[in-house]
Design a protein around this ligand. Structure first.
Ligand code: FES
Ligand code: FES
Length: 157
């Protein structure tokens, strides 16, 4: 790690500001998970294929394994640790529990965040659109039907 490659960034993670020096080659995943301790950001594939490392960046679901930490400078990030408020699960988290959509849980943080982005968009989604929106997330346990129902339930007004 040479000094020339280091850059100071400021980012807001779950409503708290962090000023941190990062290597320009660091993925945001490594910085969030290994340096800041947000271990709810999971590393499944490291190549943008599984969705386990998803967080919200300014409200958009992003795979952090293929997003450089320096790009997060000045951005607002939400990880799974920031989804519940005052000890209360979010509507999306509760829907995943109610529908039995959490088994080993490895895919769950990323899916909950993608679902949160869909809810916060305020748009209506057809079944086909929901399937497309969550298609970037791999789950080895549930067979996807329960996840699909959890997303539908989350989107109910
Ligand atoms: S770890 Fe980022 S998409 Fe798989
Ligand atoms: S619940 Fe195990 S990978 Fe999805």
């Amino acid at each position: 790690m040479s000094e020339a490659n280091m850059k100071k960034i400021n980012m807001i993670v779950n409503d708290k500001t962090y000023s941190i020096e990062v290597d320009v080659k660091d993925a945001l995943l490594e910085v969030l998970r290994d340096r800041l301790g947000f271990t709810g950001v999971k590393c499944g594939c490291s190549v943008g294929e599984c969705g386990a490392c998803t967080v919200l960046i300014d409200g958009t679901a992003v795979n952090t394994c293929i997003y450089l930490a320096v790009w997060a400078d000045g951005k607002k990030i939400t990880t799974i640790e920031g989804v519940s408020k005052n000890g209360k699960l979010s509507k999306v988290q509760q829907a995943y529990i109610d529908e039995g959509a959490v088994q080993c849980g490895f895919c769950t943080p990323g899916l909950v965040l993608t679902t949160t982005a869909l809810v916060e968009s305020g748009k209506k989604y057809s079944d086909e659109e929901i399937k497309r929106e969550i298609s970037g997330h791999l789950c080895r346990c549930t067979g996807y039907q329960k996840i699909f129902r959890a997303v539908k339930k989350s989107l109910e007004k």
